[in-house]
Write a protein that binds this ligand. Structure first.
Ligand code: SF4
Length: 489
């Protein structure tokens, strides 16, 4: 930190309180006594820059979400728990920025009789994004369509997955490559999503969706309840034998792969007779049809409300006959209809027979709850590595060689193969409000690197800065001494 003496002008000298400079990010705020900086994460307390949030220690003896503030103050008999029960996260640790100095805390730990070091730092990510998985069949928008928050483009629709629509949000281009308001909106939306808040997103030429990690999505005002049991073809495969003998034909309506039991392989192997049905979509393989309708918010992620619109004329030469029965059902079982062919081979609606109801219910029962999943993804292969070792590439190599374990707020991360340290973490596995931001704009996420102490020495680590957890709890660090313990989420 740097002290700046204010100057006064005019005939009557005025005295302004000294401000001190926070150098925890490139914004370099000058902060007056008792005030916080632009990110609300650092403040000037008695002429010293402190981190406003306490250093968070995960304590496996505590129930999830239970906090002790300050750490170990309650019922503490003076003994420190074994290192394996305590994990020093980077939440509240402060940052190594501008990377000329060792990470805020390098913690020595004894685990199973071996010496380990955990390096903790709050990393500033200009290169980061959020991958969102939304469990819904409903069409949110075409692939590559822009996704907006507060009117600004912050990402796009990406490749759909099985039963889920996917969004790719954030990234350096939206943070830094557009207008100032685009960068700010991107940062705010990502921060809110990562901290478990609900964010309303709108897709160009598509739907409005409210996304919140671990909660059901709300699509155009409708709360999604169920994730589909599978595609239409898979549903046929799962339940064909349970329909046999109860109905003459079953169609499972799906935007991607609509299934027809009499033609499908699953029907053939149980000798399901032909019915002469005709489907309007593009036939892929027997009993599997693509593009039976346009994508939308209707049956099985299509735009249809009346499933009969996907049927062509029935063929008597292939088995169609008056009295033939037909069940049409969506991939979640939420929509279904029962029909009987009249003398003109036109399906007419009829009440669903009691014997068939359990098969529809079974589809619903096999659907999992629809949720939103928010994965934070960031590149930790940049300059923060200098806070871990004097030879930064050694950290990358150590991570890639599985000698160094990377965690975020104590949560396991997935590290992508290939170059750099590109990690991904489920935001619901971190303690509450673990993420922050700075106005550059960039997100701040906790990172911990844990490795054997001898490996740390070998990679050129800052050995002289290693401290015991007891010492850290007793005296704190550069940004203060406040600590708290919490259970794992
Ligand atoms: S934005 Fe926050 S971290 Fe950056 S200089 Fe200001 S107070 Fe410090």
């Amino acid at each position: 930190m740097t002290t700046r003496a204010d100057t006064s002008t005019g005939e009557t000298p005025r005295t302004k309180p000294d401000k001190i400079r926070c150098d925890a990010c490139p914004v370099m705020c000058y902060i007056a006594e008792g005030r916080a900086g632009a990110c609300d994460r650092y403040a000037n307390e008695n002429g010293r820059i402190i981190r406003c949030d306490p250093l968070t220690i995960l304590d496996s003896r505590l129930a999830a979400g239970e906090d002790l503030v300050p750490f170990l103050a309650r019922d503490w008999d003076g003994t420190i728990a074994p290192d394996a029960e305590l994990f020093p996260t980077a939440i509240g640790a402060g940052t190594t920025y501008p990377d000329y100095k060792p990470a805020p805390f390098l913690v020595s730990r004894q685990i199973d009789g071996a010496d380990f070091v955990t390096v903790v730092t709050e990393a500033i990510f200009s290169y980061c994004g959020v991958k969102v998985k939304i469990d819904t069949d409903r069409h949110l928008g075409p692939e590559a369509a822009a996704v907006r928050a507060g009117g600004e483009v912050i990402g796009h629709v990406t490749t759909a997955e099985y039963g889920s629509q996917m969004l790719s949000l954030g990234g350096v281009d939206h943070l830094t490559g557009g207008s100032k308001s685009e960068g700010r909106a991107t940062c705010e939306a990502m921060l809110a999503l990562c901290n478990g808040e609900a964010v309303t997103l709108s897709v160009d030429t598509g739907a409005e969706v409210v996304v919140q990690a671990g909660q059901p999505p709300i699509v155009d005002g409708q709360r999604e309840e169920r994730m589909r049991v599978g595609c239409g073809s898979a549903t046929i495969g799962m339940f064909a034998d349970q329909w046999q003998g109860l109905v003459d034909e079953v169609v499972v309506v799906d935007d991607h792969i609509t299934g027809v039991v009499s033609e499908h392989q699953a029907g053939k192997v149980i000798d399901w007779p032909d019915t002469g049905i005709r489907i309007k979509g593009r036939r892929s393989t027997p009993g599997r049809y693509f593009q039976v309708a346009e994508p939308g918010l209707g049956w099985g992620g299509t735009d249809i409300e009346d499933p009969l619109t996907i049927l062509g004329p029935w063929r008597p030469e292939k088995g169609a006959r008056p009295g033939l029965t037909l069940l049409m059902v969506s991939t979640t079982g939420e929509q279904y209809g029962y029909y009987v062919l009249n003398d003109d081979l036109i399906p007419e609606p009829a009440p669903l027979p009691a014997a068939l109801k359990p098969t529809v219910d079974l589809i619903e029962e096999n659907c999992e709850p629809a949720l939103c999943t928010v994965m934070f993804m960031g590149g930790a292969g940049g300059s923060l590595r200098a806070g871990v070792t004097r030879n930064p590439v050694q950290l990358t190599r150590s991570v890639q060689a599985l000698k160094t374990t990377v965690t975020s707020g104590g949560a396991p991360v997935y590290v992508w193969p290939g170059g750099g340290i590109t990690m991904m973490v489920d935001v619901t596995t971190l303690p509450a409000r673990a993420f922050g931001s700075v106005p550059t704009p960039a997100l701040v996420a906790p990172l911990e690197f844990t490795l054997r102490r001898d490996d740390y020495a070998a990679m050129g680590g800052h050995e002289g800065s290693i401290r015991s957890l007891e010492d850290i709890l007793a005296t704190g660090g550069e940004y203060g001494a406040a600590t708290k313990g919490t259970g794992r989420p």
